[in-house]
Design a protein around this ligand. Structure first.
Ligand code: HEC
Ligand code: HEC
Length: 519
């Protein structure tokens, strides 16, 4: 939050400075020079004609902005002004747009170059001058439990915001939304602050509620014609509520690469909603689109998974939790109405090696190979005809899998979906009879573990999935044995690299898309 606030303060200063300077800048900015910058840096995504149809566009979700419309999303001008402020564009170009492929350019382009390119992109829609009206901020209402409670009520009253953002704010699709170009759009999962294009600071949220998000169905709540309009004070309450909501999501801690399973006496919690799970600390990992093996898939919906683990003298249980905006049950009419073209089952898989490696060596992360095969425990959400199910896949690569009955290995799974979140528990005996096929768990040993997830409403099936890289699962010894410090240090080092890998995936998607590779 600190840095978010800093960012906002710096931004506010920048905005004030720029607005004051704008007549001078309008003269200084040079659209012709901006064109050169655009050709070099922006065209791959935004297209030669500024229509958002650059060569990389097919791989990007959300799609690059179509500048010929002259409409911008993250604006601080009034909802009925026809123009953005230059400062709004400057900010998005400087900082980039988290959760999208739009990179930040502040390290690459000088401020003058950015101003020139702003002047140039405005020519695609012949935008001129400055907007007439600005968002009215009135007097900011500081956050407090009372303000948050008032905002909570306004958020849900008449489904003002929950209509799109869901009861718990997780963006679980209640209905199908489209942008002005007819492309599918999704409301934000407000509990994931790293996906806010601007920020989850109350002032930014207030700005969005007031100005709306042009080109999308997110309306302005300052518009006096709106049946659901809000006063200045009410908008601050809602902003404080949403800012608080943004703090409730699970946080990815890149230094945390080890899922620690505690030993419990007696039964393991078999239900995903059992309160006993609250005692096990969650480890949350980023998931990235599977773009390594064929068929590649770029537009996955799920971006994180949280994992908890417990074990007893006989079994190990994994609790997997991830936000999925759609409950995808083939055969279900409501699920079909929200789904993209094809409706498949939601699914999650845990990937394990078939034996605990002696050192730090792990199988190939993408479902192993013939030298080092892997096991996948794959749970599927079921259809209206068939209940949820779990299978074991013996895999030697992404296109080399054989499904096997999970019951022989004693693997069971149970899932539950509520307000945009799936929770699934998988339980297996520590040891099985198929010693050459199934991993045999041992206390105190680091076991490589990775995850795959499929959103069935987003046409994700087979190789089209979201995935993590390898992490570690450790059954913490209850007594005696010391944890393997060296192992943990190595895991942290590797984890740092992998974190970088995850974060830069979006950037890579774009460059692969433009390099004219074998996509
Ligand atoms: C790798 C692809 C990519 C590149 C390169 C790229 N953009 Fe974008 N840009 C996007 C995407 C995707 C969006 C839409 C994000 C969204 O709708 O939330 C976007 C949105 C924008 C917006 C809209 C901001 C708003 O509030 O609506 C501006 C302005 C913009 N880009 C400017 C630029 C400029 C200038 C450059 C070159 C210096 C550039 N972009 C390069 C992908 C890219
Ligand atoms: C009709 C549907 C709809 C309604 C109603 C709606 N939103 Fe949204 N909202 C969206 C969509 C769609 C987006 C994603 C826009 C995009 O970036 O493409 C969004 C995005 C947002 C964002 C993200 C801003 C950012 O920086 O990324 C916030 C915050 C938000 N909405 C808050 C609210 C609040 C608060 C309300 C109620 C006062 C509300 N929304 C009502 C559809 C809606």
């Amino acid at each position: 939050m600190e840095s978010g606030m800093m960012k906002t303060i710096v931004m506010a200063a920048a905005t004030a400075g720029l607005l004051a300077l704008s007549p001078a800048l309008a003269q200084a900015a040079d659209a012709e020079k901006g064109e050169a910058v655009y050709q070099k840096r922006c065209l791959q995504c935004h297209g030669d004609e500024g229509d958002g149809l650059g060569p990389a566009a097919d791989y990007l979700n959300p799609p690059p902005r179509d500048f010929t419309l002259g409409l911008y999303k993250f604006i601080s001008s009034a909802f009925d002004a026809d123009l953005p402020n230059d400062a709004d564009l400057l900010r998005m170009i400087n900082d980039g747009m988290p959760g999208t492929a739009m990179p930040g350019w502040s390290d690459i382009l000088s401020e003058t170059e950015i101003q020139d390119v702003i002047a140039y992109i405005k020519t695609f829609a012949e935008l001129e001058g400055a907007p007439e009206g600005q968002v009215d901020f009135g007097t900011q209402v500081q956050s407090s439990p009372e303000s948050i409670a008032a905002g909570d009520k306004l958020f849900h009253d008449g489904e003002r915001c929950s209509e799109c953002h869901g009861v718990a704010g997780k963006g679980d699709a209640v209905k199908k939304l489209k942008n002005d170009n007819g492309e599918r759009t999704w409301p934000r999962n407000l509990t994931k602050p790293w996906t806010y294009r601007a920020s989850a600071d109350p002032k930014d949220i207030y700005t969005r509620i007031s100005a709306g998000i042009p080109t999308t169905q997110m309306p302005s709540f300052a518009d006096p014609k709106s049946k659901k309009k809000l006063s200045v004070e009410e908008r601050w309450h809602v902003a404080n509520y949403v800012a608080a909501l943004a703090k409730t999501g699970k946080v990815v801690r890149p230094e945390n690469t080890v899922i620690q399973a505690s030993r419990v006496e007696g039964e393991l919690p078999g239900s995903p909603d059992d309160a006993a799970w609250d005692l096990a600390p969650p480890s949350t990992f980023f998931m990235v689109p599977q773009i390594v093996g064929k068929e590649r898939f770029f537009k996955t919906a799920n971006d994180t998974v949280s994992v908890r683990a417990l074990y007893n003298d006989a079994k190990v249980a994994l609790h997997l939790e991830w936000d999925d905006r759609t409950k995808s049950i083939p055969g279900d009419d409501k699920a079909k109405s929200i789904a993209d073209e094809d409706l498949g089952e939601d699914a999650i898989a845990v990937q394990l090696p078939t034996t605990i490696p002696a050192g730090m060596e792990k199988p190939y992360f993408l479902m192993g190979n013939s030298v080092k095969p892997v096991n996948l425990w794959r749970w599927s959400s079921g259809t209206t005809e068939a209940p949820e199910s779990v299978a074991i896949l013996d895999a030697m690569g992404i296109n080399e899998q054989e499904a096997r009955d999970a019951t022989a290995a004693g693997l069971t799974a149970k899932g539950s979906y509520k307000d945009g979140t799936w929770r699934v528990v998988m339980t297996r005996p520590l040891t099985t009879e198929a010693v050459d096929k199934d991993l045999q768990f041992e206390e105190g040993r680091f076991v490589p573990i990775a995850f795959f997830a499929w959103d069935g409403s987003n046409s994700e099936v087979g190789t089209a999935s979201a995935m993590t890289t390898w992490y570690w699962l450790l059954l913490k010894p209850s007594t005696g044995a010391k944890p393997m410090i060296a192992g943990i240090i190595v895991a942290i080092l590797i984890g740092g690299l992998l974190f970088w890998w995850g974060r830069s995936a979006a950037a890579r998607v774009a460059s692969e898309g433009t390099s004219g590779g074998d996509a």
